[in-house]
Write a protein that binds this ligand. Structure first.
Ligand SMILES: Cc1cc2nc3c(=O)[nH]c(=O)nc-3n(C[C@H](O)[C@H](O)[C@H](O)COP(=O)(O)O)c2cc1C
Length: 181
């Protein structure tokens, strides 16, 4: 795993991590982003901080603390403003709260603000088919797309007949930011 010293000259990417099992591999996204010359700061949902990925390894990889709670009034902003935001993996819960404007975690509040700031946002959902069939989820996707948010292909994480799980297309998020459809 690569480790990167903070560099103020690089474009700054917020990687928002939600509490889905595939989050255990988020270091793959961070490595790919750093290889494309992004400086990365991770914002995780409180649920994601509960054992879904190796927080110490990610802090070492990004050279920055993971953010999950709001800073205290008067404290400096831990990250510079974002040039872009990736949400990967994005859960059913976070997508629906974001679309509804329920900013009850730092992660969702950051997403709610990003579109208003004109910052590009790319999302890789990891949502089981049974949940993705819920009408609220379909409406959330439509609403967020209408705000200019870019989505990767649906990923349910369900194993195929041979038991193997399909690859999660981490780099797709970076392609979406580059405007690749
Ligand atoms: C082991 C495990 C794996 C999970 N995987 C997913 C998943 O892939 N997608 C999803 O939407 N929720 C998944 N969940 C449920 C979420 O963790 C739960 O809805 C949580 O409230 C999401 O919080 P967040 O959106 O704030 O991260 C999983 C839960 C557990 C315990």
């Amino acid at each position: 795993m690569s480790e990167q010293a903070p560099n103020a000259d690089r474009r700054f990417l917020y990687v928002v991590v939600c509490a889905a099992g595939i989050a255990a591999d988020v270091s793959k996204l961070i490595t790919a982003a750093q290889e494309r010359d992004w400086e990365v700061g991770v914002i995780a949902t409180p649920a994601a901080m509960g054992g879904f990925f190796d927080t110490e390894a990610v802090q070492a990889q990004t050279g920055r603390p993971i953010r999950s709670a709001w800073r205290r009034p008067g404290d400096p902003r831990p990250f510079p403003p974002p040039d872009a935001v990736v949400v990967a993996p994005a859960t059913f819960n976070t997508v629906n709260k974001w679309a509804a404007g329920m900013a009850d975690t730092l992660a969702v509040a950051t997403l709610c603000e990003a579109s208003g700031l004109g910052v590009p946002v790319a999302v890789l959902p990891c949502v089981a088919d049974a949940l993705a069939a819920h009408p609220a989820y379909r409406e959330s996707l439509a609403r967020l797309r209408g705000m200019g948010v870019r989505f990767g292909e649906p990923y349910a994480g369900q194993p195929a007949q041979d038991g193997a799980r399909p690859e999660f297309a981490w780099e797709r998020a970076l392609d979406l930011l580059d405007g690749r459809q």
